[in-house]
Design a protein. Structure first.
Length: 260
């Protein structure tokens, strides 16, 4: 069995090597689809030591107090400031010209050469894609959350975060989406299959909206907004949402500037 203290003391590259070697020895049940074998092996190995690993991370954070409001705001703002230039670059590179739209039109707006309306449609899709990993990085500020790729150099298909629920102390495997209606009907079975590999899986919408859920499964709970962020000790209403809303408005201002 892997020693959490030894793993915690290693670099990310060293952790990855140790975990991959251990994962190679894990037997995968016959009922698990081949595309999820690696995810199963990796999560089983991490599951053996992750509870103690969280003990170490949380204990280490006691001197930094990452979840205190002032420190949390600063840390989230740093993640946003790092993200914004890439998002703005994506907006700039995605701005179409009337001529290019009409040459490769895929909808009525493009066919008509309506560059502004076409850009608006493309901009929101581009930003939604770009922002996906930002929620993971912000959540990873909390000592109660682990983003597997950042912490161990390993991706677990369908799992964006491993958390220790601050309210229950349960280890949970989370799949994150921006909002409740992110999934299409054809994507839901894949999410269920991915999450069903793990003990305590949770499907999370990072932000509360009035949209309807497009994910439901009797065995996998779903949470949104404050209920998600609260399980890792982050204040959604007073800290997370206001900072994200400010970022969105900054991106809107940049979009309007580009239209001009």
């Amino acid at each position: 069995m892997i020693d959490a203290k030894k793993i915690y003391a290693l670099t990310v590259a060293e952790r990855k090597a140790v975990l991959e070697k251990q994962a190679a020895n894990v037997t995968v049940p016959n009922n698990i689809t081949k595309g999820l074998h690696s995810a199963y092996r990796t999560s089983k190995v991490i599951g053996e030591f992750v509870d103690e690993y969280f003990d170490l991370a949380i204990s280490q954070d006691e001197t930094h107090d990452a979840l205190k409001p002032r420190n949390l705001r600063r840390a989230i703002k740093m993640e946003i400031d790092s993200f914004l230039p890439h998002a703005i670059d994506a907006l700039i590179s995605g701005k179409p010209t009337k001529e290019n739209l009409q040459k490769s039109s895929r909808n009525l707006y493009e066919l008509s050469g309506a560059a502004g309306l076409s850009f608006a449609n493309k901009a929101t899709r581009t930003l939604s894609t770009t922002m996906g990993s930002l929620w993971e990085r912000i959540a990873n500020v909390s000592p109660y959350a682990i983003e597997p790729e950042t912490e161990f150099g390993l991706k677990i298909t369908g799992v964006d975060l491993i958390v220790r629920n601050i309210n229950t102390n349960n280890i949970e495997f989370l799949q994150l989406k921006t909002q409740k209606n992110t999934l299409t009907g054809s994507q839901k079975p894949r999410s269920v299959q991915e999450l069903s590999l793990h003990n305590n899986p949770v499907f999370c919408a990072c932000f509360s909206t009035n949209a309807n859920w497009t994910f439901n499964d009797k065995n996998i709970p779903r949470v949104e907004g404050a209920e998600f962020w609260g399980r890792i000790g982050m204040d959604y209403d007073k800290i997370v949402l206001p900072l994200i809303a400010k970022m969105i408005l900054e991106l809107e201002s940049e979009f309007i500037r580009l239209l001009g």
